[in-house]
Design a binder for this molecule. Structure first.
Ligand code: 5GP
Length: 209
């Protein structure tokens, strides 16, 4: 069963935690949740607030959105992606709505905690390889809010409908897989909650140096 961590039960950490202390064994933190739930915004805020975290840049065969500046992913062709699969270069990869997405294998020399923002098939693969990976499911405050956020991204109506349908799967598998479940009702609150979870884990796993 996932642990639900509310603000009342959270360990407080400074909102502008800029600690450079590094983990003995870096955490692998996997953020999952339906498209449009705000994973990207939460990820950027976590990176701004906590220098112990680094984000793996994924590969995708999806075309860039108009709103994207180009550094969100390595945008590659299907042939390039398939060559990387054949060369065993991914920690995990999955097909999502007809496009391939994958996390390159991280460098073993990286001492900071690894943050992954991926869909659930990929999260299942990470968990299968590393039982200690921490999976955090992000929920929308409501399905209506999720739909509104998806429309606001400029995707086509068909795409929005497709993503809403797959939200159900993402949520069902996500609940099975997650160690922690948080709600993105407010960016600062949910980011603080996630940082509290990570700080508690670092303490309980002895990752304070
Ligand atoms: P989008 O096309 O909206 O950027 O991403 C679609 C979904 O793919 C999102 O749920 C996102 O978290 C997920 N995703 C992004 N990068 C990866 C990755 O490297 N691996 C997997 N499995 N999913 C990813």
């Amino acid at each position: 069963m996932p642990r639900r961590v509310g603000s009342a039960g959270s360990v407080l950490v400074s909102a502008n935690n800029s600690s450079t202390l590094l983990s003995a064994k870096p955490l692998v933190v996997v953020l999952i949740g339906p498209g449009g739930v705000g994973k990207g915004t939460i990820t950027r805020r976590l990176l701004d607030l906590n220098s112990r975290l680094w984000l793996s840049r994924s590969w995708t065969t999806r075309a860039p959105r108009e709103s994207e500046v180009g550094d969100e992913y390595y945008f590659v062709s299907r042939a390039e992606f398939e060559a990387a699969i054949a060369a065993n270069q991914f920690l995990e990869w999955a097909e999502f709505h007809g496009n391939l997405y994958g996390t390159p294998k991280p460098s073993l020399d990286e001492p900071r905690d690894l943050l992954l923002e991926i869909e659930v098939q990929g999260a299942q693969q990470v968990r299968a390889q590393d039982a200690e990976a921490v999976v955090i499911l992000i929920l929308p405050p409501s399905l209506a809010v999720l739909e509104e956020r998806l429309r606001g991204r400029g995707d086509s109506q068909d795409h929005v409908s497709l993503r809403l349908v797959s939200s159900a799967t993402e949520l069902a598998i996500g609940h099975e897989l997650a160690d922690f479940v948080v709600t993105n009702d407010d960016i600062e609150r949910v980011t603080g909650e996630i940082l509290s979870i990570l700080e508690s884990l670092r303490v309980s796993r002895g990752n304070i140096s």
